[in-house]
Ligand binder design. Structure first.
Ligand code: HH2
Length: 282
C-alpha cells in the first residue's frame, strides 16, 4: 500500500504513472502540451487509458537542462492543475524539485510529490509531511546540467539503496509517514548505460527496503542506444521490455509516456508473475 494525500494505492498489480510534461523542452514530449487546452486533454486521455497516477511536470530534467525559475514553473503547471484536479478520479503527482511549487500544487489538489532530487532541499520533506502527501524519493547523482558527463559508482545498486535509505530516514524524522514514501532508482539520472542495466537487472535490493518502487525508463536515450538508435516515437517496444524486467525484479509503478500500451503490457507481466508458482513449476 502507498498512502497519499487523498487515499492509497493498493500494490496488488503494477501501476502506471502517466507523464504530462507542460514544458517547452522535455526530451520526448517538450512543447506538445504547452498550451493549457492540449495539456488538459492529454491529462484526461492519460486517466482514461488506465494510468493510476498523473505526473505533471513544469521543468525538464533531461541531461544538460538548466533549472527553471519557480514563477515560470508555476505558470506552466497551475492552469493544468486548476482544470484537471476536479475532473480526474486518479491522484496527481507534481514532478518538482522546489518545495514552493510542491506546496502550491498540493494546495491545488495534487496528492503526491515526485522529487527527482530525492528531497535534497531540506524544506521539501516538511512540505510533504504538513500536507500528508505521498512522496517519490528518486536517486540522482549530480544535477541535470552535468549529471551525464562522467557518472561514477563503485557499486551502483548498493550506493543507490544506501542513499535512498538515508533520505527516507531523514524524511520520516521530518514527519513524513513511512507508508507515504515510494522510492525510485532514477534510471538515466547520473548513470551510464551500464549503470542503468545493472539497476534494472538487480533492483531487488532496492525493493527490499520495503517501499513501493517507481521506475521510469520510458523513451530514455539508453533504450535507443541499446536498440538501433531509434527516434523517440519508436522507443515503445524497448521501453516496455525494460519496464517488464523492472517489474520482475520488484518495481510496483512504471512511469510512462505511452500509457495505453504500457498498461496492456503490465497486465500480461502481472499475470505471468502471479502464476509463478502455478502449473509446471516445482
Ligand atoms: N524521469 C524523468 C522525469 N521525472 N520522475 C521519476 N520519479 N522517475 C523518473 O525516472 C523520471 C522522473 C525524465 O523524463 P521526462 O519527464 O519525460 O523528461 P524531462 O525531464 O525532459 O521533462
Amino acid at each position: 500500500m502507498w498512502r497519499h494525500r487523498l487515499g492509497e494505492i493498493v500494490l496488488d498489480r503494477t501501476h502506471v504513472m502517466g507523464v504530462l510534461n507542460v514544458t517547452p523542452d522535455s526530451f520526448s514530449d517538450g512543447g506538445r502540451y504547452s498550451a493549457p487546452e492540449a495539456a488538459i486533454q492529454r491529462a484526461l486521455d492519460i486517466a482514461e487509458q488506465g494510468a493510476s497516477i498523473l505526473d505533471v511536470g513544469g521543468e525538464s530534467t533531461r541531461p544538460g537542462s538548466a533549472t527553471v525559475p519557480a514563477d515560470e514553473e508555476w505558470r506552466r503547471v497551475d492552469p493544468v492543475l486548476q482544470s484537471v484536479v476536479r475532473k480526474l478520479d486518479i491522484p496527481i503527482s507534481i514532478d518538482t524539485r522546489k518545495p514552493e511549487i510542491a506546496a502550491k500544487a498540493l494546495e491545488r489538489g495534487a496528492a503526491i510529490v515526485n522529487d527527482v532530487s530525492g528531497l535534497s532541499d531540506p524544506r521539501m520533506a516538511r512540505v510533504i509531511s504538513r500536507a500528508r502527501a505521498g512522496a517519490v524519493v528518486m536517486h540522482m547523482q549530480g544535477v541535470p546540467m552535468t549529471m551525464q558527463t562522467a557518472p561514477q559508482y563503485a557499486d551502483v545498486v548498493g550506493e543507490i539503496r544506501d542513499l535512498l535509505a538515508g533520505r527516507v530516514k531523514a524524511a520520516m524524522e521530518d514527519g513524513v509517514e513511512r507508508q507515504a514514501i515510494a522510492i525510485d532508482p532514477g534510471v538515466g539520472f547520473g548513470k551510464s548505460v551500464e549503470h542503468n542495466l545493472a539497476i534494472l537487472r538487480n533492483l531487488d535490493p532496492i525493493a527490499a527496503l520495503g517501499h513501493p518502487v517507481v521506475v521510469g525508463v520510458s523513451r530514455k536515450s539508453f533504450i535507443a542506444r541499446l536498440g538501433g538508435g531509434e527516434p523517440m516515437r519508436d522507443r515503445l517496444a524497448g521501453s516496455v521490455a525494460a519496464a517488464t524486467l523492472a517489474v520482475a525484479h520488484g518495481a510496483h509503478v512504471i512511469r510512462a509516456h505511452d500509457v495505453a500500451d504500457t498498461v496492456r503490457a503490465m497486465r500480461v507481466a502481472d499475470a505471468i508473475l502471479a502464476s509463478r508458482h502455478g502449473v509446471g513449476e516445482p
